[in-house]
Design a binder for this molecule. Sequence first.
Ligand code: BG6
Length: 485
Amino acid sequence: MAGDPHLLVVMGFTGDLVRRKLLPALARLLDRGQWPPGSVLVGTSRDPGLDEARARELVAEALAEAGLAETTVRRFLEALPLAVHTVADGTTADYAALAGRLEAIEAERGLPGNRVFYLALPPQALAAAIAGLGQADLARSRGWTRVVVEKPFGHDLGSARRLNELVHHSYTEDQIYRIDHYLGKETVQNLLVFRFANPVFESLWNRDRVESVEITVAETLGIGRRASYYESAGVVRDMVQNHLLQLLALLAMEVPSAFDARAIRHEKVKVMSAIGPIGIRDLVYGQYSVGQVDGQVVPGYRQEPGVRPDSRTPTYVAMRVAVDNWRWQGVPFFLRTGKRLARQITQVAVVFKRAPVYIFAPYDECAIRRNVLFLTLQPDEGFDLHFQVKAPGSPFRTETQQLRFAYQEVFGPLPDAYETLLVDVFVGDQTLFVRADEVESAWALCGDFLDPPEDSPLHEYPAGSWGPAEARALPGAVGSYWHVR
Ligand code: BG6
């Protein structure tokens, strides 16, 4: 099911996200017949130099950079009706002109009036664009109208609330698609199937059996050329408020009453409301210094172009979170994420409780080992269940072995998150998008630690390491350690 033909209006067409993610995803969808035939792409930009010829060049460059086959690129450029519109000053007149232009394209192509406005805009441009669209009456049309908003949705709770109010002024919640691209990843969606289609695991998924849960999102990349954004964001706004809390919610939520947007989002909000206050003692902040990644010496954060030499922006955070509900009370959730870490990996480790009485202890030097379930979300997507076996022969000895499932070995390459999310926008399925109350709950949770308080330490860690040594104390306090390495 590909949905109805529509106008896809991409605002911020010359931006980095459109080039790296959106255009390659659209080309793949067109190739697979998943973009409704007859749809038209409209790019808008403030760049007066953007005309249709330049837009086509940008598309061709983006698709080549993404390594798409030449035939796919050619087909996309041939098949795709592409129009451009410049929103020079972002004034009411600009948006009125855009409205006129869209109607003209619809009339010319006999389109039914369905529209997607994809706001791929820098945060500071978002509010003005939403207001402009509303004033030009671009929230309604003859068909359906949907608006897609990229993250970050706000800078803190107050600004997210104001943005919600603004967008609700023109659009109803069922028209709004707030993106958290992690939700489009196959393996993130698989968390729901893994838990709720496999009673064997779900029956263990609680405080009776689980000792701790660990979520690691480690990146080897630095901040690249994004200093102007990152300096005012930092790791909590960039990764925790959205991606990590979404992962936590999917891991900890109760069974939804149905596999639909309303029920799933309801359960996610319930989990967030059960998270206890996160105090400064539950947090370790870090910032990378010069080090080696993949054999290359890379600069420290403060030496990155555009970063203040005395910047206190954290690029790493580790934290302990408590979910105070019937299922999870007393089970610590350890979260950590950072730039320039030792490995590029997103992984969850569910550490199960040890056997209550370990009858093999007298025979085995390493005595008690726990069962650990690793859910790898990227790369090498899949899961590993670590369990104990008797090593053959004598003396008597136990050894850890693994039960393994690897996604790509079975299913081949996985679709990119943006492909999944775009198809959902086209068909009107909001399950994988963040609801207004959800985004506000996540900001509320992070409110006290978005930035490290002046008097709290910001630990340096060398690029290419696993972050500050101080972070070991978090699982260490319950006699554990970080399992993902
Ligand atoms: C983005 C952050 O939302 O997610 C980036 O702004 C980060 O800083 C990226 O690098 C990570 O996404 P992925 O899909 O590469 O894990």
